[in-house]
Design a protein around this ligand. Sequence first.
Ligand code: SAM
Length: 348
Amino acid sequence: MNAIRTIKVLGRWSLNRLQGKRMPLIAVFSMTHYCNYYCAMCPFGDPDKDAQMRLAMHRDLSTEQWMHIMSKVAPYVIWSIVEGGEPTSRKDILELLEHLKGLGLPVTMITNGSLLHTLDLDRLKHCVDYICLSIDSLRQESYCKIRGVKPEIFKRVMSNLMLLKDHNIKHYINSVITKWNAEEFITQEYFDIAKNLGIKTVSMTFVEDRADVNYSLLPDRSTMVKVCNSILDYMERYDEPFILIPPLYWEQIIEYGRVLFDECGVWKSIFVNADGTVMVPCWKYKDNAYNLLEHDVEYVWSREEWAEVKHCRECDVLACIWYSSQSPTVLANGYMRGIRMLIRKHLG
Ligand SMILES: C[S@@+](CC[C@H](N)C(=O)[O-])C[C@H]1O[C@@H](n2cnc3c(N)ncnc32)[C@H](O)[C@@H]1O
């Protein structure tokens, strides 16, 4: 059922492309302005949690508004990503995930994992395809430094990771590589611990430095090269844990210190903020927002402003932008890499 839906949506999208029309293919729903974490690399890490909570209470979409927007977006896309803020901090998160599933959309929820034990996991299992657990470091000390939380929270996240396993909920972990955890990738300890924990898939990306702060968390150039070489080495030697970000991303960073692409593909995702707005062409254009409560997807995607980022190269290492900006050949290679891994695993 889902495969037929995906083929239909992809077919329509390809026809639009042939006519030079930009349309989204992936939906990202940023469910709330609130996050219970303090990550230095993330704007949602704002330490003034009272103000953030007030903002969430005043500006977050209601359950009905989110359902309305999700229904509006669903016909255009083949996958949905639910994140935030911290999506699990919303009381209605399961209801909203169920709504998305009911629309026939595959769902990945990105979460810090600290509140998963408060959810009905048997219900969660039926309304997500994957949980992406953000675990930047598998060492308690570095994790707490990057995420600005106490050791008890790290322990809670690790025990919630085990809950996902116990409930057979498909999951992978994601790390943002900063100068505070780069060493763990150079020594490959991150992968070894992940493997010992029974984690089958990991994803990681270098931190994209924020423009609104006066510090950088990116490791220096020579450390970045060491990280990339080590990740490439691990990929070549081991199938597990499977590393989602393909070799080309790491190779480009070794060679150029950043990633390359011809045209920014930010328009391939529809990124809906917690108040229903979409910033066009991207989050750097805060004053140019259209609210999906008022406008249709077609109207927003036909704006001329999208052309403004065509030649923008401001995102140095952001993996999601890199991926959406790659040619169909690179994407097909990535797909085949996944299939090859699955075949190797099943044939022993
Ligand atoms: C904004 S968070 C929201 C979801 C949830 N609160 C969490 O921590 O997973 C979504 C993802 O973006 C990643 N992220 C945050 N800031 C980033 C940055 N500056 N560069 C790259 N990834 C970042 C997080 O680690 C997380 O995996």
